[in-house]
Ligand binder design. Structure first.
Ligand SMILES: [Zn+2]
Ligand SMILES: [Zn+2]
Ligand SMILES: [Zn+2]
Length: 338
């Protein structure tokens, strides 16, 4: 089946689901725009003569020719702005829904969370798992739709604008499959593993993780057999992330390491970071204030690598106490000196 049809089928099925209020990629409409453009001929008007001549003289390479004209007068205005808006709506909808779903669990504290999972009615569990499944379907189907439509754009225009737009989306953190909430959902399913008798194992098996590897990783298999890998190594301490936070740029760090990088005390937390503080990996500024505390991922590490988790927790506590003591010593010194 062509992707367009698969996507339509998905949207149709979704109409009765609870995501009908969420934004979706207007795949059909965007495709129509491209079709119209193609039927009206290539947008040679935006190529200046010089480029045209250049192309003529290189006709032997015509297949590999890429038109670098800045824009297509027929499509661009609508195409890219609309796609960006849709992607941003989808990302917003996805993260708020996942946040809500996972909040039901973790907010009550880890111990009670586990108890709750064991005791809660089968139905409750089923509803949570089902909603998570829908959310993953939602974000992956739309992400694939965006990739496909951008590819089509480039094909119709023989351009690389679509590809460039994809990089732009990534740099503005609109790349749906890079959302830390997707990693959280993955951890959520991996945490289910073993509690439930494997009724959802078919879906859960899309996620796997190897936490004992030299470079711990979580893997998600998409419906179209694309494999996504999420590295779980902290770029600062070079160990598996502990008590992890995802900065807005998408990079994951231990809380302790992120606080160190942002020059804030652990007790103050990342919210206290200055807006100038940069991510140590990509050097982007202002990425700390909206950092996502990844509780499901933390729980996953705790359950799968108990000893390591305990060790790290003791170390984190010791560091917190040490920092606090130093802080107060300093305050007292100031007070006495004054
Ligand atoms: Zn066009
Ligand atoms: Zn670290
Ligand atoms: Zn970063």
């Amino acid at each position: 089946m062509k992707f367009g049809e698969t996507f339509m089928e998905y949207l149709h099925g979704e109409q009765e689901g609870c995501l009908d209020k969420c934004a979706h990629v207007e795949y059909k409409r965007l495709k129509k725009v491209l079709k119209k453009c193609r039927s009206q001929g290539p947008p040679s008007t935006s190529c200046n003569d010089e480029q045209q001549q250049e192309r003529d003289s290189e006709q032997n390479h015509s297949l590999s020719q890429v038109c670098h004209c800045k824009s297509c007068p027929l499509c661009d205005q609508m195409f890219f702005s609309e796609l960006m808006r849709e992607a941003s709506d989808i990302a917003g909808c996805f993260s708020s829904r996942v946040r809500h779903l996972l909040h039901l669990h973790v907010a009550r504290g880890m111990q009670r969370y586990k108890l709750r999972l064991r005791q809660c009615f089968k139905n409750d569990q089923q509803i949570m798992v089902e909603e998570g499944r829908m959310l993953i379907e939602y974000v992956t189907m739309n992400a694939i739709a965006i990739r496909k439509i951008l590819k089509k754009y480039d094909k119709v225009h023989s351009s690389i604008n679509g590809k460039n737009f994809k990089s732009k989306m990534r740099s503005e953190h609109m790349e749906l499959l890079q959302s830390p909430w997707l990693i959280e959902l993955g951890a959520f399913y991996l945490n289910f593993d073993g509690i439930d008798g494997g009724e959802f194992s078919e879906f859960c098996s899309r996620f796997s993780c190897d936490l004992r590897a030299t470079e711990p990783v979580m893997t998600l298999m998409l419906p179209n057999y694309t494999k996504l890998e999420y590295g779980l190594t902290c770029a600062i301490c070079l160990e598996m992330v502990f008590n992890p936070y995802a900065l807005s740029c998408g990079h994951l760090f231990c809380k302790l390491c992120a606080c160190l990088a942002a020059s804030v005390l652990v007790v103050e937390g990342l919210k206290a970071a200055s807006s100038n503080a940069k991510c140590p990996v990509c050097r982007e500024a202002g990425v700390y204030t909206n950092a996502v505390h990844m509780l499901e991922l933390d729980l996953l590490v705790k359950r799968r690598c108990k000893e390591l988790w305990k060790e790290r927790m003791v170390a984190e506590r010791a560091e917190t106490v040490k920092q606090t003591r130093e802080y107060w010593d300093l305050q007292t010194k100031y007070a006495i000196g004054y």
